[in-house]
Design a protein around this ligand. Structure first.
Ligand SMILES: [Fe+2]
Length: 255
């Protein structure tokens, strides 16, 4: 994955963090009142950007405690996403206005917000651009299509299959590990629809727009050195592996 820029964070003791976390709800309430005063809620009956972030912050902060329930969290984030009208948010408008297809054959990525607990990204694809099969180690994600149509396929990892295979490309040698993935779902999503992957279910996906398309996703936690380094990128070797229609043989880059 790309190395995303991150804010620098002040290291806090757990007690300090807990104290600040307890105050977030009252801060959010004040932010909402301030936004309402500024007319945001009056002109947009849906969630505004600040309220959207405040609510995710509040939901995501318990992910490292025994209060964490990933599936419930995902449903809550999905509900929040569906209350947003992203093209109306100033920062999203700006990203749309400044859009340039500056990387031929590769999607454009804008990091809308990041903090340790989660990140929000905008992806914009020209026709023919896509994101190949990859996983999200120890992360969960909700993807909301903003415009266009996308074919999103999800898989779960079953097991490695056989030994690493050595490849040569000119002077470069690299190794790929064959593996079996289980097909979980294949969805054709339209604007306003949502796809979910959890840390244990359907964690691998391929995102294939059918035309110019835009999506906003939320990943929890945000990318960090550990999950970036652990991300696997897969390439397809064989459909219907050993005659099983829900199995595919893939291989992933090892070194
Ligand atoms: Fe992904």
């Amino acid at each position: 994955m790309e190395n995303y820029k991150r804010r620098e964070f002040i290291r806090m003791s757990l007690l300090t963090f807990a104290g600040i976390s307890l105050g977030i709800n009252s801060i959010s309430a004040k932010a909402l009142k301030a936004n309402a005063y500024n007319g945001y809620l009056g002109t947009n009956p849906k969630l505004n950007w600040d309220a959207f972030l405040s609510q995710i912050t509040s939901l995501a902060k318990v992910q490292n405690t025994n209060l964490w329930k990933e599936v419930e969290y995902m449903e809550a984030v999905k509900k929040l996403l569906l209350q947003c009208n992203f093209p109306e948010f100033e920062n999203v408008k700006l990203a749309f206005d400044n859009y340039k297809n500056s990387r031929p054959d590769l999607f454009e990525h804008t990091l809308l917000h990041t903090e340790i607990d989660f990140q929000v990204s905008l992806f914009q694809f020209e026709k023919g651009e896509y994101i190949a099969h990859h996983d999200h180690p120890k992360m969960c994600g909700v993807i909301n299509v903003i415009s266009g149509e996308m074919d999103i396929k999800n898989y779960s990892f079953e097991k490695n299959e056989g030994e690493e295979v050595k490849y040569k490309n000119g002077d470069t040698t690299y190794f790929m590990q064959p593996c079996i993935l289980k097909k979980e779902k294949s969805e054709l999503l339209k604007a306003g629809e949502v796809s979910i992957l959890t840390s244990t279910d359907s964690n691998i996906h391929e995102v294939m727009p059918n035309s110019f398309a835009q999506l906003v996703d939320i990943f929890t936690p945000a990318y960090n050195t550990e999950n970036e380094n652990a991300t696997k990128w897969f390439s397809l070797k064989e459909h219907n592996y050993l005659g099983e229609t829900d199995k595919v043989l893939m291989e992933y880059f090892v070194r």
